[in-house]
Ligand binder design. Sequence first.
Ligand SMILES: Nc1nc2c(ncn2[C@@H]2O[C@H](COP(=O)(O)OP(=O)(O)OP(=O)(O)O)[C@@H](O)[C@H]2O)c(=O)[nH]1
Ligand SMILES: [Mg+2]
Length: 211
Amino acid sequence: MVVEVKSRMEATEANQQRVETNILLLGAHSVGKTALTVRFLTRRFIGEYGDIESIYSRVDRVDGQEICINIWDSQAGGKSCSFSDKQLQWADGMVLVYDICDRASFEVVRQQLQLIRRSRKMSMAPVVIVGNKRDLQHRRSVSGEEGHLLAMTERCGFFEVSAAETYHGVLLVFHRLVDLVRETRALRKSMAGVRGIVRSVSAVFGKKRAE
Ligand SMILES: Nc1nc2c(ncn2[C@@H]2O[C@H](COP(=O)(O)OP(=O)(O)OP(=O)(O)O)[C@@H](O)[C@H]2O)c(=O)[nH]1
Ligand SMILES: [Mg+2]
C-alpha cells in the first residue's frame, strides 16, 4: 500500500500556476531512501524509519516558479532491483540511491539504470545517482570515481551525500533533479513545436504538388 502525504505548505498555498514534479526514489534496502526524503522535507535526521511506502509533497520556489515536488519513497525488497510499471508511469525523474559502504547496493543501482533505460517512457528520463552515508568514510567500499563514471556513462547527475550529517547536500540532489526535469520538458516542448512546423510545411507543399 502506498500512503500519500501532503505537506501543510502545499495545503495552504493552492495555486493554479503550480507545476507538479514527480520524483521516484529507488535503490536497495537500507541505503537511506527514507532518510534522504525526511531530511529534504523536514531538514531533520531521525535515525530510524518505519517501513511504510509513501508519497510526500513539498512546495518549493525554483527560479521564481512554484513547484510541487512529489516524492515516492519506494520500499526495497531485500537486494531486489525491481520496480513497477506504475512507478515508471508516475515518475518525471528518479533518484537512484546506493550506500557507499555497500557494494551490492551500487550494483542494484547499475541494474536499475539498465532497466530504466530499456523502458520506453524513461529511456531519456532525468536520473540523479546518489551515494549516501558519506559520513562513513572508514567503511567505504565504492569509490567516488566509480559513482562518477557510472553517472557520466549513463548521462545522469551524481552526488555523494550524508543524510545523517547535512541538509544542504540533500537539497542539492532534489533541486538538481527538478532542474533536469524542467530542461527535459522544455526540450520536449520545443521538439513538439518543430514537429508541428514540419507537419504544416509538408501539408502545404503536399497540397501544392497535388494541385
Ligand atoms: N551513518 C549514516 N546512516 C544513515 C544515513 N542515511 C540513512 N542511514 C541509516 O541507514 C538505515 C536505513 O535508512 P532508511 O532511510 O530506512 O533506508 P531505506 O533505503 O529507506 O530502506 P528501505 O525503506 O527498507 O528500503 C537507518 O538506520 C538510517 O539511520 C547516512 O547518511 N549516514
Ligand atoms: Mg525506506
